[in-house]
Design a protein around this ligand. Structure first.
Ligand SMILES: [Zn+2]
Length: 494
C-alpha cells in the first residue's frame, strides 16, 4: 500500500466514524428517555458479560435471550406429550436404537426431544443419559440394566435440547453451574410415565440423566417374575398367611420392588386393608393406601410405619428396612397380626438374619417374626430372534454339573448364546427375568437363629434343607435356553 493510499484510507475511516457518531447522537436525542436508559443498561450488561467471559468468570445467572424467552412461553411445564404417530405408528415407529438415531438426526431440536422420549419409551429404556464431551454430546439409554450408545450429536444442538427439558422439568435455564433436580410427565396414549430429571455441571457442560418410571415395567403378576414352580407355590402359601414378614434382598436394580408389587397385587382383595410406605411410590395400585417418605418433613420409614400401624392395616409394605427403629417396628407389626413385606440391603437370603441382628433386632424376635427370606437378581433374557445354539465346553459343563449336582443331571450337549440382531439393538438380549433363592423360617432354622449364627452357618443349613441358590436357578435358566452363561457371569461374577 502506498503512502497516498494509506492517507485516503485514514480520512475515509475518520469520516465514517464521524457520520456514525452524529447519527447515534441524533438517535439518542430523539429517543424517549426511558428507552435510552434501557438501551444504555443493555449495552452495559453486554460489556460486563464480555469482561466476565474474558476473565473466565462464569456468571451465576445469564440473561435470557429472545429465543429462550420464546421457549419459556411455548414450553408446557411438567408435561411432554408423546404424539401417537411418533410412538405407535408402525411405519414411523422407533423399533430400535438405529431407527431412533436416524430419526433424531433429521429433526429440529424441539421435536428431537419428543422423539428422544418416544424412542426411549418404545425401546423400554429405564434411563436416558445426555453427556456433553469436548466436541460432541453423547446420548445413551439404559436398557435391561445396561447402558447402550444411541448416538453422538453436534454440541451446538445441545443447548436447545437441554433448555427444553430443563424448562419442562421446572428447572432454571439460566443457571449452569449448580446441580438441579426436577420432574416431568410423559403423556402417552396408553400410559403416563413419570420422569425424574437430574442435571449436573461438568467440564464440558451440564450432563443430564433422566429416569423413566414406566408403571408397565413394574406391573407384573407373580407368575411373570420367573420363579420356578416349587418356589412359586411356596410364595403363594406364604402370601395366604395373615401374620409375619416376608423380606427380599438384593442390590439396587435387582427387581425387589417389582416382586413386592406383585405380592401386593396378589393379596389385594376387597376386605383387606393394605398400606405402604415407599421411597418413592413407583406406581399407584387401586385399592391400596400408598404413602411416600419425606425426610425433610420428618416422614421417615420409621415414623411413617409407626403411624401406619395405628391405621389398622392387614398388610403393610415398608420400602426398605435400613435402621434399627424401622426394623423394630416392622418386626413388632409382623408379630401382632400383620403381614409385612419389606426389603433389606444384603447379598443373599442367608444374609437377612445377620443383617437384622446387626441392626439391633433380637434373635428371639427375628425367629418368630420372619416367615420367609429371599434374595434375587435380574438377568437379561436371550433375544429369541437371534440366539445361537453352541456346544457346551468341558469347562462350562464341569462348572454347571458341580453347582447342580444335587438338583439336576445335565445330559445336554448344547446351550444357547447371545449374538445380536436389529431387534435386540445388537446386544443379543431382550427383557429380563428374575433368578431367586428363598427359605422359610421353620423350627430347625429358628433354633439356629437363636444362636446368632454367621451367614455361612445359615447358608449351610438352608442349602442342606434343599434351598436352590440364585446361581443354581441361573444355571437352570441357561439350560432352558432363557439366558446364557455370559449373563450369569456378568450378574453373579461366577
Ligand atoms: Zn436379537
Amino acid at each position: 500500500m502506498s503512502q497516498g493510499d494509506k492517507s485516503t484510507c485514514l480520512i475515509f475511516n475518520i469520516l465514517f466514524t464521524l457520520i456514525l457518531e452524529i447519527l447515534m447522537i441524533d438517535c439518542l436525542i430523539n429517543m424517549p428517555s426511558q428507552e435510552r436508559k434501557t438501551n444504555l443498561e443493555k449495552r452495559l450488561k453486554e460489556i460486563r458479560q464480555r469482561e466476565l467471559k474474558e476473565k473466565g468468570i462464569k456468571p451465576e445467572k445469564t440473561p435470557l435471550d429472545s429465543s429462550q424467552k420464546t421457549l419459556i412461553k411455548e414450553t408446557k411445564l411438567g408435561v411432554v406429550e408423546l404424539k401417537e404417530e411418533r410412538t405407535s405408528n408402525t411405519e414411523k415407529e422407533v423399533k430400535n436404537l438405529a431407527d431412533l438415531k436416524n430419526r433424531m438426526s433429521k429433526t429440529a431440536t424441539t421435536e428431537a426431544v419428543e422423539i428422544m422420549f418416544g424412542g426411549a419409551v418404545s425401546v423400554k429404556a429405564s434411563d436416558i443419559h445426555l453427556e456433553p464431551g469436548e466436541k460432541s454430546v453423547g446420548l445413551r439409554f439404559r436398557i435391561d440394566g445396561v447402558l447402550q450408545n444411541v448416538f453422538d450429536f453436534e454440541k451446538k444442538a445441545y443447548p436447545a435440547i437441554l433448555n427444553r427439558i430443563k424448562l419442562t422439568a421446572g428447572l432454571k435455564i439460566n443457571i449452569h453451574d449448580a446441580p438441579q433436580d426436577g420432574r416431568l410427565t410423559l403423556k402417552g396414549k396408553e400410559v403416563d410415565i413419570e420422569v425424574r430429571v437430574s442435571v449436573l455441571p461438568g467440564a464440558y457442560g451440564e450432563s443430564m440423566v433422566m429416569r423413566l418410571l414406566d408403571p408397565r415395567a413394574l406391573k407384573k403378576d407373580l407368575e411373570e417374575l420367573g420363579m420356578r414352580s416349587e418356589l412359586l407355590e411356596e410364595i403363594k402359601k406364604q402370601l395366604k398367611k395373615t401374620t409375619g414378614a416376608i423380606l427380599t434382598t438384593g442390590p439396587t436394580g435387582s427387581g425387589k420392588t417389582t416382586t413386592l408389587y406383585a405380592f401386593l397385587n396378589f393379596v389385594n382383595k376387597p376386605g383387606i386393608k393394605i398400606i405402604t410406605i415407599e421411597d418413592p411410590i413407583e406406581y399407584h395400585i387401586k385399592g391400596i393406601s400408598q404413602t411416600q417418605v419425606e425426610p425433610e418433613k420428618g416422614y421417615s420409614f420409621a415414623s411413617g410405619l409407626r403411624s401406619i400401624v395405628r391405621q389398622d392395616p392387614d398388610v403393610i409394605l415398608v420400602g426398605e428396612i435400613r435402621d434399627a427403629e424401622t426394623s423394630e417396628i416392622a418386626m413388632h407389626a409382623a408379630l401382632t397380626g400383620h403381614l409385612v413385606f419389606s426389603t433389606l440391603h444384603t447379598n443373599d437370603a442367608a444374609g437377612t438374619i445377620p443383617r437384622l441382628i446387626d441392626l439391633g433386632a433380637k434373635p428371639q424376635i427375628i425367629a418368630p417374626a420372619i416367615n420367609l427370606a429371599m434374595a434375587q437378581r435380574l438377568v437379561r433374557k436371550l433375544c429369541q430372534e437371534c440366539k445361537k445354539k453352541v456346544e457346551i465346553s468341558a469347562e462350562e459343563i464341569k462348572k454347571m454339573r458341580e453347582s447342580l449336582k444335587n438338583i439336576k443331571k445335565i445330559d445336554k450337549e448344547s446351550i444357547f448364546k447371545a449374538t445380536g440382531c436389529k431387534r435386540c439393538n445388537f446386544t443379543g438380549y431382550q427383557g429380563r427375568i428374575g433368578i431367586f433363592e428363598a427359605f422359610p423360617i421353620d423350627q430347625e432354622v429358628e433354633k439356629l437363629i437363636l444362636k446368632s449364627p454367621a451367614i455361612s452357618e445359615i447358608r449351610e443349613l438352608i442349602i442342606k434343607k434343599g434351598m436352590m441358590t440364585v446361581l443354581q436357578d441361573g444355571y437352570l435358566k441357561v439350560l432352558d435356553g432363557i439366558t446364557d452363561l455370559a449373563e450369569i457371569e456378568r450378574i453373579l461374577g461366577s
